[in-house]
Design a binder for this molecule. Structure first.
Ligand code: ACO
Length: 432
């Protein structure tokens, strides 16, 4: 892990006490005030709900400039990676720090293929979930269950950790496809050695003796790109959860399972499902976009435009640009017309022209067009967040591995400002 550079100090004045805090700078010019000694020296803690200004670590993995709309994995622009790489190469990049050579990629793909089956006893689990189970519930439970089937966790040996990483990348995709097949009552389709990572997934999802050509090569290419744009996003909610759980010493499977649960929420990765539900709702009610925008602006209503706004991006999310183009490509490849895309584009146009959205820097985020693209590929709405999880997996793994190696690493343990009752005595039950 490269070091942050110390660039000076800043004095904090608290009453008549002055505390000198070191100032650091990262490789892209981001500056930070180190308040590590604050409580020890002054008795104060910082108060920062939602960690709006709190840097919890230094990281080599991903750089975002939310004002300029820049997203880079290990220095490479996400557009460049999406245009020129397959998902497996980007997974390798995030986890190992550099893009693979042709030979390394071939070996890695081969390894992923070898580990893509899941233990037959695990397959049994699927039959015990009720039919309406949300696939994110199944995915998170299955991810942590892998630790009992594959107990070499890599806590002490690098080779074991590499094996755990490979198993997770490979098997989570199989689990996702099996859970879909179970939900529609079809038999599971096993992975095939002659198919690459993304095509293997589409084949496991859609291959059926009674459907001819259930996917095309535009979809395979689109899936590669979609998984790439999901692959990492620095210290977002789920990545921070993965790091926090891992910081207690919990294993990688358990930490990833927790990350999957965090991603599920509608304010995070769950938004892609809610975008489609919102667009379908608009369509069902006659397509009145102005009414929806007014509702999103109304502070008395809890409704928000799903797929809009971001904690970090205050300009167009670079991932949303890629997803919008992909959505159009996939629709063109199926020779269909999706009226939801028309609604989405009109909604985007009107929102971006509205002072409420302009003043707050609210633009479409990654989830606005990815759901529509998945829908065109035949992936059901409740599987959208699962797709996000498969894409985000290498990022979570990279964050976990970096956290493990960080010499400054400690158990994640924020402070609080207590606002409950002062000390009091229990009144015997017959006198309460
Ligand atoms: N629709 C309407 N108003 C919004 C929206 C929205 N989608 N997003 C933010 N705002 C408004 C807020 O009401 C607030 O207004 P105010 O200043 O008048 O109070 C202002 O914009 C700032 O919003 P915050 O909630 O403070 O911003 P925060 O950084 O905490 O939240 C979040 C970011 C959760 C993504 C938010 O924009 C949101 O809820 N978006 C909709 C859900 C969504 O698309 N989530 C996916 C995010 S991408 C991802 O996680 C993969």
């Amino acid at each position: 892990m490269s070091k942050m550079e110390k660039i000076g100090r800043a004095d904090i004045q608290i009453g008549d006490q002055t505390m000198a805090c070191p100032l650091y700078e990262g490789t892209e010019g981001e500056k930070a005030l180190d308040i590590g000694a604050l409580r020890k020296e002054t008795g104060l803690i910082t108060y920062d709900p939602g960690f709006m200004n709190t840097g919890s670590c230094s990281s080599d993995v991903t750089f975002i400039d939310g004002e300029k709309g820049i997203l880079r994995y290990r220095g490479y622009d996400v557009d460049d990676l999406a245009e020129n790489c397959e998902f497996v190469e980007v997974a390798y990049l995030l986890i190992h720090g550099s893009l693979p050579t042709a030979e390394q990629k071939a070996r890695y793909s081969d390894l992923l293929n070898k580990h893509s089956m899941i233990h037959e006893d695990m397959r049994e689990f699927f039959s015990h979930y009720p039919e309406h189970s949300h696939p994110m519930a199944v995915l998170s439970a299955m991810a942590v269950s892998l630790s009992s089937f594959y107990p070499e966790l890599g806590e002490n040996h690098k080779e074991d950790l590499d094996m755990t990483v490979t198993r997770l990348l490979s098997k989570l995709r199989t689990i996702a496809a099996f859970s879909y097949k179970k939900s529609i009552g079809d038999p599971a389709v096993y992975p095939q050695h002659d198919l690459k990572y993304c095509e293997n997934f589409l084949n496991m999802m859609f291959n059926s003796p009674v459907i001819e050509n259930p996917y095309n090569q535009t979809m395979v290419s689109a899936l590669n790109k979609l998984l790439i744009i999901h692959a990492d996003h620095e210290q977002n909610c789920s990545a921070s959860v993965v790091r926090a759980v891992g910081s207690s010493g919990a294993n990688l499977y358990a930490s990833i399972s927790a990350g999957i649960c965090a991603l599920w929420g509608p304010l995070h990765g769950g938004a892609n499902q809610h975008v489609i539900e919102m667009l379908e709702g608009i369509q069902a009610e006659g397509g009145d976009i102005d009414k929806v925008i007014e509702k999103a602006k109304n502070k008395r209503s809890p409704f928000r435009l799903m797929g809009f706004g971001h904690r970090v991006y205050k300009s167009y999310d670079p991932r949303a640009k890629i997803a919008k183009a992909l959505c159009k490509e996939v629709i063109a490849s199926t020779n269909k017309h999706d009226p939801l895309l028309d609604i989405a584009m009109e909604l985007e146009e009107k929102a971006l022209a509205d002072p409420y959205f302009i003043e707050r820097g609210l633009y479409p985020n990654v989830d606005f067009y990815t759901g529509l693209t998945y829908r065109e590929m035949g992936i059901p709405t409740n599987m959208f967040t699962v797709m996000f999880a498969i894409g985000r997996l290498p990022g979570w793994i990279a964050q976990f591995m970096e956290m493990k190696k960080d010499p400054q690493g400690r158990i994640a343990r924020p402070r609080q400002i207590y606002t409950g009752p002062n000390a009091r005595k229990v009144i015997p039950i017959d006198k309460r």
